[in-house]
Design a binder for this molecule. Sequence first.
Ligand SMILES: [Mn+2]
Length: 312
Amino acid sequence: MNPAQARATSGNGIDTPHVRLLLRSPFRVPAEVTRILSDLHYGEHASRVRHLDRLRPLLAGADQLVFNGDTLDTRPSRNEPYSAACRTEVQDFIRQHAPPATFLTGNHDADISNRHHLELAQGRVFVTHGDILFDNLVPWSQDAVEAGRRIAVERAREPDPAHLNLERLLEIHRRVARGIPQRHQSERNRVRFVARYLADTLWPPHRTLLVLAAWRALPERAATLARQHRPAARFIVTGHTHRRGIWRKGDGRVVINTGSYTLPLDPAAVDVSERGLTVREIVLRSGEFRFGRTLATFPLAAPANGAETLGT
Ligand SMILES: [Mn+2]
């Protein structure tokens, strides 16, 4: 593995300096921006990232990037050369055009790095792809039953299955996700892709209900995960269900889903700096992804009076 590949896949070069910066005084350090994107699904016909160059406007103004899972599909495929080529393209593009990047794993790219989550701003921002919120990875998929079975088997093998820490849970999800082969994702023929996509996702009709149920479930499950495993996290940033959204929970936590670059839904980007957290919509305009409206901004500075009760 050459150094560029190491940087693109290991995920080790970003969080340490960033965390260090965030620990310094806000008066001495310029606001360094970590930008979080997810669910590019590069290489799949359904993805609107047909060329990586389309992403160029999204790279400006970020000091570091976090790809929060499902950047592409690296699972076993009927077209391994294609999947491998997509991986190389992404790595080369990031190396040439982007600031330092961390790839967090998703269920489609469980081997893209060994990082399954990330904490920013002294743990106030917790970032993970989001399949950990579902005991079967992808409740709306035809793979859900098998994935759920394998996860249950793996969990039962643990010495204390009822009290697994987050790292262990994520490891199990990644191990199982790696073993679920691609379906329509690597199909290059457009007509066959559409046929397989529809077969995989629209039939039987109640799959739509499963998608809606997952959309509904995600915010509360994300907040619950934080309460159980990362009580200091005020913001939980996920992707996975492809539904962009910002949900303010009753306990003050905010759950943000950065959506997806696949049709028909829209993505968002989250910028984290020591000053705050900004969520912006991303629109496809003139063949490029660009920033659209600002959907929300939140302050991140620690309260001087210590009045904040979250995480205590
Ligand atoms: Mn996913």
